[in-house]
Design a protein around this ligand. Sequence first.
Ligand code: PLP
Length: 463
Amino acid sequence: MMQETTLPLTELARTDVRFHLHSQTNLRAHQQQGPLVIEHGSGIYVTDEHGRDYIEGMSGLWCAGLGFSNPRLVEAAQRQMAVLPYYHTFNHRVPNVVAQLAERIASLVPFEQPKIFFACSGSEANDSMIKLAWAYHRARGKGSKRKVIAHQKGFHGSTVMGASLSGLPNMHAAFGLPLENSVLHVQCPHFYRYGIEGESETQFTERLLRELEARIEAEGADTIAAFISEPVMGAGGVIVPPSGYFAGVQALLKKHDILFLADEIICGFGRTGRWFGHQTLGFAPDMMACAKSLSSGYQPISCVMVAGNVYQAIEEQSQQLGGFGHGFTYSGHPVAAAVALETLTIYQEMHLPQHTEELGHLLHQRLEPLLAHPLIGELRGIGLVAGLELVADKTTRASFPAHIGIGAQVERAAREQGLIVRNMGDSIALAPPFIITADEIAELVARLTRALDVVALANGLSL
Ligand SMILES: Cc1ncc(COP(=O)(O)O)c(C=O)c1O
């Protein structure tokens, strides 16, 4: 019998629009099954209402680096609750713990004289970066620089600007987004999918850079404020741009006086095997936004790190205007800050970047044999994030017909095997907690392999 879902519409939209982007089959399947109700978590596992354990292969929404039961984070929240459960960061005030967190973050950021702005979500952080970029250009007498360049398939959040920046049609269709004349979407730097026949990866990169410059010139650099990108594009399907791509982008942006904004909401704080994804991918942004791993997802907190020279220009303008008119009631919430500070302490104790780099090698090594699986066309990712692309034909790279929802089939089959993964269309994403062990990685890959086998057989393929 069909079970009625009790999930509110907003939750369905969030689940399905963001992570099952190309298939209505997913929405119907979820409605039929009802939501997966999670009761508790322990280590890398979560347990549902029926007592079934799952390896959380996605750290929730790419968040819970320290797993689901870290007692030190619980204690940090309890302690802060007792000392100062709320204060704000307006009118030149700041909770002590927030100042400490800002100092700690600044010590990790490879910017000169960084300044840190706090918010509660990734979307708010990205919106804030855009406003800061606008303020920066206006302060320098370049108020016409307004538009933002972003990637097709990029994901930057669900607020009006976050969704506008995102290059995912399902984020736009229902809402009449992107905001008019605000965002220029450029080609997704995914060689496997968008390289043309006979083109090498280097030629692909050169073509994209030529196209980017032509677009900047056609629009007029004096109308463009910023370029935003995730170092590794998460919700678009775990896409790692070719080496040299970002360095080329950086040179073009410098030439045209356009700010480089890194959306490090997934990559920031260790996911790619360095503290920040831009270090792994080889570029130097003017600002970056982080969230998720900042508190291991235990508290809603995000931040924007701003390079000193950008901050300076904005500060001078703020003096003239009598203040900087931006911020949120819960910006720099002390309980969230206390949890984030403890999270960063634990990351430093576990030598996080090296740790995720080593475990990432192991994860990718274990996944590599899946390239021989009849369903798998490409394995991608770096550090503790991986994407597997499901294809109908490995030679032509042809996708399965959308209506069979092959990605959703694998996601469901994995769940049957006790593993939570995410399907974005026909890409399967993995971003396990940083605390995963070598044995647990082996178990995760074993469960995924069984799920792929089940789906291959169900679709008439032989193993
Ligand atoms: C790269 C990226 N940017 C922005 C966001 C939006 O973050 P939030 O959902 O906290 O607003 C996300 C969320 O998944 C993300 O992955």
